[in-house]
Design a protein around this ligand. Structure first.
Ligand SMILES: Cc1cc2nc3c(=O)[nH]c(=O)nc-3n(C[C@H](O)[C@H](O)[C@H](O)COP(=O)(O)O)c2cc1C
Length: 285
């Protein structure tokens, strides 16, 4: 496999943006509701967005200077002026209307009206909630971080979260449930990701200090049938079982390849103890 190196200093701001959004993906989407100094509503999506701390609860998103001429966006101007915003999450059923809200409308155009979303009064801030969003957060501005001043430069808005609003139907055990939220993320170009159904999967958190790849039997690391994910799952085991005492069962594969395939399938079923039993048999060949 050959690697290409692209120097950031060889790219113009438009090319850099294409590299950023193509490389850092999928990105969560902040649907930012703000008002201007005159109280007029504004709504626009931003995927340069994430959470950055829980004590106090902080998020940040970046309505950046336009690559075209370095001008600032309404969302930035509104937050700089009023120091308040609501961040709504975007579910799959909202994505087409959200796209309409992302167009460049003139100052004072209410994107709630253009996109057909329903404004609801918030509790602590003046910008409106988005009724259709499954989870949203009321925020007050913590800090503006300017990451340059030329076209395409970053304007990061860091906000402290004052409260969460969540639709009851997306909760499980009183927490937002990824399986019910059906959120979308943004990828490169015009691509989106949907976090739903088979696209969601669980990865067991490392239990304490896992044994690590360096403690796996060498014979497994040379395998052409076991994937990096297979080896990673075994390396995530809390302790290395005693492979010298494993028992063979009737019907166990006899060949090295057959055993490695069986290890792979056991790991796919999340049957870790069976995978290790088969690793023990494989180690004896
Ligand atoms: C899914 C999506 C994500 C976006 N993410 C960003 C972003 O992170 N930063 C940005 O400056 N513009 C982003 N945009 C473009 C803005 O939404 C667009 O410039 C919008 O017109 C800004 O509106 P405003 O002037 O009312 O703030 C994104 C657009 C879409 C559709």
């Amino acid at each position: 496999m050959s690697l290409r190196t692209v120097l950031a200093s060889d790219l113009n701001p438009v090319q850099t943006n294409a590299w950023l959004v193509g490389s850092i993906a999928p990105r969560p989407i902040a649907f930012a509701s703000t008002i201007n100094e005159g109280g007029l509503r504004n709504l626009a999506p931003f995927s340069f967005f994430n959470a950055f701390g829980s004590n106090p609860p902080m998020l940040a998103f970046a309505p950046n200077r336009r690559g075209r001429d370095g001008s600032t966006k309404h969302t930035y101007q509104n937050v700089a002026a009023t120091e308040e915003f609501v961040i709504a999450t975007v579910s799959h059923r909202m994505v087409q209307q959200m796209n309409v809200a992302s167009a460049e409308y003139e100052d004072g155009v209410d994107e709630f009206v253009k996109s057909g979303f329903t404004p609801l009064p918030a509790t602590f801030v003046k910008p409106a909630l988005v009724a259709e969003s499954p989870v949203q957060m009321e925020c007050k501005l913590h800090q503006i971080v300017e990451l340059g001043n030329g076209p395409g430069s970053g304007l990061m808005l860091i906000g402290e979260i004052l409260c969460f609003h969540v639709r009851e139907d997306v909760l499980t055990n009183d927490l937002p449930d990824s399986r019910k939220l059906d959120l979308v993320g943004r990828n490169g170009g015009a691509m989106y990701t949907r976090a739903f159904g088979d696209a969601l999967f669980e990865v067991a958190k490392p239990a304490g200090k896992p044994i690590g790849y360096d403690h796996l039997p060498e014979v497994l690391k040379r395998s052409h049938l076991l994937s990096g994910n297979d080896l990673g799952r075994l390396a995530n085991s809390a302790e290395l079982p005693d492979l010298s005492v494993v028992e063979s069962h009737e019907g166990d594969p006899a060949s090295a390849d057959g055993l490695e395939e069986a290890i792979h399938h056991a790991l796919q079923r999340e049957d870790l103890s069976e995978a290790w039993r088969l690793v023990g048999l494989r180690s004896r060949i």
